[in-house]
Design a protein around this ligand. Structure first.
Ligand SMILES: NC(=O)c1ccc[n+]([C@@H]2O[C@H](COP(=O)([O-])OP(=O)(O)OC[C@H]3O[C@@H](n4cnc5c(N)ncnc54)[C@H](OP(=O)(O)O)[C@@H]3O)[C@@H](O)[C@H]2O)c1
Length: 259
């Protein structure tokens, strides 16, 4: 009996993932490679890339600093020209500066906006000519639950705990609007644009703080934190032709946090 696979068209798709060896990026890169995509990871460190992917023949590295417009331009053009197209762009990298809402400097604020949303625009703009050459181009922007809801300032151990800086959620909310804007604009080229909003996916290091993790778990309806594998289904769907009539949407993968 032939097994049906809703994602079989992912075979040989050319995918670009910024920050594709980070905590969530690694998992996204791995699952797309497993389904037959040729995945280009755009990030800064070849050593970190090799630690994760040196054995994987479907995953390639393109050294890129997404805070530098000409670095983005060079990398995307090199991939697009070599492959003749880009099928899927996944804007996943993030950089920024955190600080208390009353102590954050204007420079810190701006850096968070740069790293949270401006570089997504630069990647989209540079990828458009190559996405147009795909049969059905896809853009997936990684937002956050904090682009959907504000963080709580909770009283913990008798003091107000600062959970998340103001520039992060503002940039992630902008990512959701950027997604809708380009979905509107790129629809005529059969390019879909969607965003995903992960909830609490603390890294292994953060998971050492058991009390903090317990509080994150309690804020979800599923009473657990996310594992990077929890993103696989939505990434495969939004990258494949199974989502050809879905565009401009933000999909929360947050265990019900934002309900
Ligand atoms: N983890 C969560 O709980 C969570 C929740 C909601 C949303 N998100 C979002 O999910 C995405 C991935 O997060 P993560 O937790 O996997 O973070 P992460 O482990 O810190 O990974 C971030 C990635 O971005 C890359 N990066 C940072 N600055 C860069 C630059 N200037 N140029 C190129 N690449 C750069 C990093 O590589 P290099 O620095 O080595 O270049 C790294 O690969 C982010 O957009 C984040 O906001 C995460």
């Amino acid at each position: 009996m032939e097994l049906l696979n809703a994602f079989s068209d992912l075979q040989n798709k050319v995918v670009v993932v910024t920050g594709g060896y980070g905590y969530l990026g690694e998992s996204i890169t791995n699952v797309l490679a497993k389904y037959g995509c040729k995945v280009y990871v755009l990030a800064r460190s070849v050593e970190k890339f090799n630690e994760k992917f040196c054995q994987n023949k479907s995953v390639y590295f393109k050294q890129t600093d997404v805070s530098n417009i000409s670095s983005i331009e060079k990398s995307i053009q090199a991939i697009g020209n070599k492959e003749g197209k880009i099928d899927v762009l996944i804007n996943n990298a993030y950089y920024g500066v955190t600080n208390h809402p009353e102590k954050m400097t204007s420079q810190e604020w701006r850096k968070g906006i740069e790293g949270g949303v401006n570089q997504f625009f630069d990647c989209i703009k540079n990828a458009i000519p190559f996405l147009k050459k795909s049969e059905n181009g896809k853009i997936i922007n990684v937002s956050s639950m904090y682009g959907v809801v504000v963080p709580d300032l909770t009283i913990y151990d008798g003091r107000e705990e600062f959970l998340n800086p103001p520039n992060y959620g503002t940039a992630k909310a902008a990512v959701i609007h950027l997604t809708k804007y380009y979905a509107m604009y790129l629809g005529k080229y059969n390019i879909t644009v969607n965003s995903i909003a992960p909830g609490p996916f603390p890294s292994a290091e953060v998971q050492k703080d058991k009390e903090f993790i317990k509080r994150l778990q309690d804020k979800t309806k599923l009473k657990r934190i996310g594992n990077p594998e929890d993103l696989h289904g939505i990434v495969l769907l939004l990258a494949s032709s199974s989502s050809n009539y879905i565009t401009g949407q933000n999909i929360s993968i947050d265990g019900g946090w934002t309900l």
